[in-house]
Design a protein around this ligand. Sequence first.
Ligand SMILES: [Zn+2]
Length: 264
Amino acid sequence: MIEVTLLGTGSPVPDAHRAGPSTLVRAGHQTLLIDCGRGVQQRMAGAETSATALTALLLTHLHSDHIADLGDLLITRWISNFDPQLPPLPIIGPPGTAEVVSATLRAFGHDIGYRMKHHADLTTPPQVDVKEATEGVVWDVDGASVVLAGDTVPCESLDELAAGAGAMVHTVIRKELIAQLPQQRIREICEYHSSPQEAGATAERAGVGILILTHYLPPVQPGQEDEWRAQAATTFSRQIEVGDDLHRVQVHPGVGSARFGTSP
Ligand SMILES: [Zn+2]
């Protein structure tokens, strides 16, 4: 069984009640973090996990809202670990990930230096193992399956990745509302995000078991959950989850193996 926890359901717009985009997937003894938006580690604490418990970090894409707390995550995992056997943190993301990770570690270079100087048992800087992937399955786990869609419009590669998955976590924006805003830069985000109806259609085509919506823009206001669910239900006939931060969804074994793909 896989458990999906929406850690942060926000977007780039700061929100008093929603952390930035990030999702936790627990499968057996594996704990995967997908994206690390602002406030991710506070939400991880809320989900009773921590940086040192992570099996891997997967990045859907390199927008700031999805990697805002990368530095904090790497430093925290490093200084709160007392296990000399802790392996380097596997980080899988799109092209550019290696550059972003090394630049982030460089940005914290002074801090890393201070701490290594002061604590004799910190003998190396934070250890990471970065792999870049462009398409297809990036993490394989036996049993149930979950697909994480990043900021995306419907596309063929996502259809292929999602085919037969137990669940799909999909970012969504209400295009009919965003399209009315006066600022062109904000309206342009419609070009690379899906509406609930489009996310539903993708999930329906792929035969996904559960559609989990996240990255709500504008933020879902209390009492509006049914409205978002109803829009996705116009195109998707099975279970639809709309939730706040720390909303948990259980995914039971279905067809196929686990697919944690990136679809930027
Ligand atoms: Zn985003």
